[in-house]
Design a protein around this ligand. Structure first.
Ligand SMILES: Nc1ncnc2c1ncn2[C@@H]1O[C@H](COP(=O)(O)OP(=O)(O)OP(=O)(O)O)[C@@H](O)[C@H]1O
Ligand SMILES: [Mg+2]
Length: 235
């Protein structure tokens, strides 16, 4: 069991505080939905956790190891795989090379095994090993982006708007993959525009409004009280 802890995190962007003294935890085996309107700070939170954006104050820990203020490589090595919004695969490289590039921190044997596991989850990728990633459909590229995250064998996955622009059927499959990973012990932060879908899969939920949580609790409460979300999205 692993715990991922965010304590009193604040993040500034463009001279503005976009994450404001935020605290929450993620647990192994649980999906935590992070919902909220455009500009609430969801992507900024992911980028700050991933070590891409600087943290103004507060702390991010994984099982007691402080990873805030560290490089993206160290955060990844600690077991956090961020699949950022609009994540682009290396479009000039093949599917296989993209997956292998994601396993650079592991031994060749471990990386090969992890790549095979990604192929087992996404047979479409296995059928296109030599294909240039940029020539695949949006859905296939998103599978590859998630596959890259998996190759690192993360303890926690931060999935930011994975479903953007994808057909509902593919979205359902990507969700099913996340649910299966959670059932196998991965902790997941799920940022999703399809709020109903996210709330169906999630064990916990937060609503982010202007860098702060306006709701934290059971997804069931949000499902039964749509007003809570409506208010946040209209604020
Ligand atoms: N590159 C940037 N430079 C400066 N400010 C930015 C940048 N990107 C986003 N912001 C600002 O940071 C705040 C939070 O944006 P962020 O992208 O984190 O929100 P979000 O919740 O992910 O929104 P969305 O649902 O549209 O993806 C917004 O006020 C936004 O204008
Ligand atoms: Mg975003």
């Amino acid at each position: 069991m692993s715990t991922f802890t965010v304590s009193n995190l604040s993040v500034g962007r463009g001279g503005k505080q976009v994450i404001d003294d935020l605290s929450f935890t993620l647990q192994s085996g649980r999906i935590t939905a992070l919902l909220g309107p455009n500009g609430a700070g969801k992507s900024s939170l992911v980028l700050a956790i991933a070590g891409v954006l600087p943290v103004a104050s507060g702390r991010v820990e994984i099982d007691g190891q402080v990873v805030s203020g560290q490089s993206p490589e160290i955060v990844r090595a600690a077991g956090i795989a961020a699949v950022p919004e609009g994540h682009r695969v290396l479009s000039g490289l093949s599917v296989e090379d993209n997956l292998q590039a994601a396993g650079f921190q592991q031994s060749a044997a471990d990386a090969a095994k992890a790549v095979d596991e990604a192929y087992a989850i996404f047979p479409e990728l296995a059928e296109r090993k030599k294909q240039r990633a940029g020539s695949m459909s949006g859905g296939q590229q998103q599978m590859l982006a998630l596959g890259q995250g998996l190759v690192a064998r993360p303890k926690f996955i931060l999935a930011d708007e994975m479903s953007l622009g994808l057909a509902p059927l593919i979205v359902k499959r990507l969700m099913a993959v996340l649910s299966r990973l959670a059932a196998q012990g991965t902790g997941i932060l799920l940022i999703e525009q399809f709020t109903a879908l996210a709330l169906k899969e999630a064990h916990d939920a937060h609503v982010l409004s202007r860098g702060r949580f306006s709701f934290s609790g059971s997804p069931e409460i949000l499902r039964q009280n749509p007003d809570i979300l409506h208010k946040a999205y209209l604020a």
